[in-house]
Design a protein around this ligand. Structure first.
Ligand code: ATP
Length: 223
């Protein structure tokens, strides 16, 4: 069984130390599938939520812990006047140059991992009955294998994803398709799911599926 890949010796031990103490759930899905909507519903049911996408944003916000390292590696041009990462400029760079993506990830991934561990330990200590790690590229990554007790995938038709993301992020269809092309295929994601949450209906229908998932997880006594 593969443990969490990390450059630091201390990191895997910290997350793995939680295994067996409370259920550890991975929540994933393609862009705009509804991960945040689902994690908000689970949070309302008492789950401890660790959103790695939110952490990635926080570390690259003004004053974020990744900012000095990004400035050193890519230059001030890649920062906004506010001191935040210039996301549009960085997105363009990493799409054009795969090695730039690697350099960026060498900075961000260990920091995201570090903050993920901190938040997970905090949630576990505060008495959350289970932890949900929201990881957009969970299926694409090997880092989570061996840690999670249950993988939940939020799924909806690709056309729904495209519509939602175009509307929410004010992106063109071509830009959304480019992002989708870099993510796992819908069927590959579903193939790895313990639970599929179908999000092609209204929020009420999704909420009913989330309640069922919650019941299933709290029923996991031996993990
Ligand atoms: P990302 O991958 O970009 O982080 P996500 O998977 O977290 O996205 P959400 O942010 O939860 O997806 O949802 C994408 C958009 O679609 C949001 O604007 C959300 O309000 C909307 N949305 C999600 N589910 C539904 C639904 N069942 N009905 C209507 N709108 C929805």
């Amino acid at each position: 069984m593969v443990t969490i890949a990390s450059k630091s010796n201390t990191e895997p031990a910290d997350l793995i130390a939680l295994k067996g103490h409370l259920p550890l759930i991975g929540l994933t899905g393609g862009i705009g599938s509804g991960k945040t909507t689902v994690s908000d519903l689970l949070k309302g049911l008492g789950a401890g939520i660790i959103d790695t996408d939110l952490i990635a944003h926080q570390i690259t916000a003004p004053g974020g812990i990744a900012i000095p390292l990004i400035e050193k590696e890519f230059g001030q041009d890649y920062l906004e006047p506010s001191g935040a990462l210039n996301r549009a400029k960085m997105r363009a760079l990493v799409f054009a140059q795969p090695e730039a993506r690697k350099r960026l990830e060498q900075i961000t991934h260990p920091l995201i991992r570090q903050e993920t561990i901190k938040e997970a330990l905090k949630s576990a200590k505060s008495g959350a009955p289970y932890l949900v790690f929201v990881v957009p590229l969970l299926i694409e990554s090997t880092s989570w294998q061996g840690l999670l007790d249950h993988i939940a995938v939020v799924d909806c038709p690709e056309e729904t994803q495209i519509d939602r993301v175009m509307q929410r992020n004010k992106l063109s269809r071509a830009e959304v398709l480019q992002i989708l092309g870099a993510q796992a295929k819908r069927q590959d994601r579903i193939a790895q799911a313990d639970t599929v949450l179908h999000n092609h209906g209204d929020l009420e229908a999704l909420s009913a599926e989330v309640h069922d998932l919650h019941q299933k997880i709290v029923g996991i006594t031996k993990v």
